[in-house]
Design a protein around this ligand. Structure first.
Ligand code: NAD
Length: 466
């Protein structure tokens, strides 16, 4: 699609207040593919005013009508599937099949799920002598990252609109084109002016202005823990609601009775999907001492499937590539052993921000590569002695977003998962559920997205007594 040289505010594309632009780069070719305005405080203010003005009307729209509009958005997203996927291929570098199946079909399905929830959710209940109403929180400031660009947008905008909130979105600077495409879709289906507004811009400028704006009632942020901490502090000082979806360093725990081949192969696929840029990726693989060497062998062999430029896309930008390669060098310096991949560019891939899929063995739980989020195609294999040791290692980071447990016996795996300090655990390769609450324990965040729990973040309650 052609980039819009404007902001979508109050139902129309308007010129930005300033003349600064952000260049959008294709990470596979390093070519500039578009330019969008770098908005500032003035643009944010115009967008928040539009959202405030639209709030009473949208909040009073019957849920069934809101549901019908969200259903129309879902259909329009499905109708523009190829365009959405091509846009994500171009600005994120995702392989085409993954861009279609995950970056496009998943947010389309999530939009559909909130259309259904808007229609079926009990916005009113009776508790004794009270009628309790769930009302929209108000104007939502949504700030999203680039790694699942449309999914992250939909995971905030869909429940906000379903709840009756109005929205100002500040998408990531690396992936603004799919955000503009989404704004086009909302416009086409006839969402009332001001209900959804888009301001593209830099995080510390437009993002910060949005987080600080007194006209915003709830800030919903997905991104790094460093920025999330700052946004949480700003929101706290203003006694404003905040939802934070932050980083992770999730553990893939393979218990002694598990199917080792499957657990290792699915574990690697989980990390290498999206070039390792998944906040919930199982980047630490925990294997018992007795089968550790066997697991290393399986992992080493499996890496060959992830050919850069084919199944494995580039990472999003040069800074991210250098950061990931820096972590790979750091792992070597810390004494871990590379069994596949490494810090150099993949053979014949000098153009594009590619990183070799990398597996580390002999990793100690305290090493930086086992503690910090790398956000690239890097897996570390950690040895454990017994179940208590595995649990200590699994829980031994500041994060707690996701994880996996594999066991010969499902109940044994469930019992282990219940002791993990983390928000989501897949048992023996359990499938993604777009209605299940998603979010973090500890420094992985505050609040939950998706399904009825995600909708609840955008609602506040009022009790009337009789
Ligand atoms: P980031 O925190 O730098 O940026 C995220 C968003 O915040 C972007 O839109 C950015 O413009 C904006 N931003 C940056 N500085 C800001 C500021 N001072 N004030 C307001 N907004 C600001 O993160 P990133 O590099 O884009 O994304 C990678 C990180 O995000 C990883 O750590 C990853 O784990 C995390 N992440 C978490 C989830 C989740 O669901 N928990 C999902 C995706 C990414």
């Amino acid at each position: 699609m052609e980039a819009h040289d404007g902001m979508y505010i109050d139902g129309a594309w308007r010129p930005a207040a300033g003349g600064d632009r952000i260049e959008v780069v294709d990470p596979a070719t390093e070519q500039v593919i578009g330019r969008v305005p770098a908005g500032g405080a003035e643009d944010v203010d115009a967008a928040v005013r539009a959202a405030r003005a639209a709030l009473p009307g949208w909040a009073a729209t019957p849920p069934a009508e809101r549901a019908a509009l969200l259903g129309a958005v879902r259909d329009a997203m499905a109708g523009r599937r190829e365009e959405i996927a091509a846009t994500v291929v171009a600005e994120l570098g995702a392989p085409p099949a993954f861009a279609a199946a995950v970056h496009t079909d998943m947010p389309t399905a999530v939009m559909g799920s909130f259309a259904e929830l808007a229609a079926s959710h009990p916005f009113e209940e009776r508790i004794g002598n009270s009628r309790v109403f769930q009302e929209p929180v108000g104007v939502v400031g949504a700030i999203t990252p680039w790694n699942y660009p449309l999914h992250q947008i939909v995971a905030k905008v869909a429940p906000a609109l379903a709840a009756g909130c109005t929205v100002v979105l500040k998408p990531a600077e690396d992936t603004p084109l799919v955000a503009q495409l989404f704004a086009e879709i909302l416009h086409e289906v006839g969402l009332p002016a001001g209900v959804f507004n888009l301001v593209t811009g830099l995080g510390p400028v437009a993002g910060q202005a949005l987080a600080e704006h007194p006209g915003v009632d709830l800030v919903s942020f997905t991104g790094s823990t460093a920025v999330g901490r700052q946004i949480g502090a700003t929101a706290g000082a203003a006694v404003k609601r905040v939802a934070l979806e932050l980083g992770g360093k999730s553990a893939n725990v393979i218990l002694p009775g598990a199917d080792l081949g499957r657990a290792v192969n699915v574990g690697l696929a989980n990390v290498f999907a999206n070039s390792g840029q998944t906040c919930s990726a199982w980047t630490r693989m925990l294997v018992d001492s007795a089968r550790y060497d066997e697991a290393v062998g399986i992992a080493t062999a499996a890496v060959a499937k992830y050919v850069p430029g084919e199944r494995l896309g580039p990472v999003v930008n040069a800074k991210q590539r250098d950061r990931v390669r820096g972590y790979i060098r750091r792992g070597v310096a810390e004494g871990a052993r590379i069994v596949a991949g490494g810090p150099d560019a993949p053979e014949g891939m000098e153009t594009g921000y590619y990183v070799r899929p990398t597996v580390f063995a002999d990793v100690e739980p305290g090493m930086a590569i086992a503690q910090e989020e790398i956000f690239g195609p890097v897996v570390v294999l950690i040895r454990y002695e017994d179940e208590e040791d595995a649990l200590r290692i699994a829980n031994g980071t500041v994060y707690g977003l996701a994880g996996a447990v594999w066991g010969g016996d499902e109940e044994e795996a469930v019992a282990f998962a219940r002791r993990m300090d983390t928000g989501q655990v897949d048992i023996n390769g359990g499938r993604f559920n777009l209605l299940a609450p998603f979010g973090g324990y500890k420094q992985s965040g505050v609040g939950r997205e998706l399904g009825a729990h995600g909708l609840g973040e955008y609602l506040q309650t009022k009790s009337l007594q009789f």
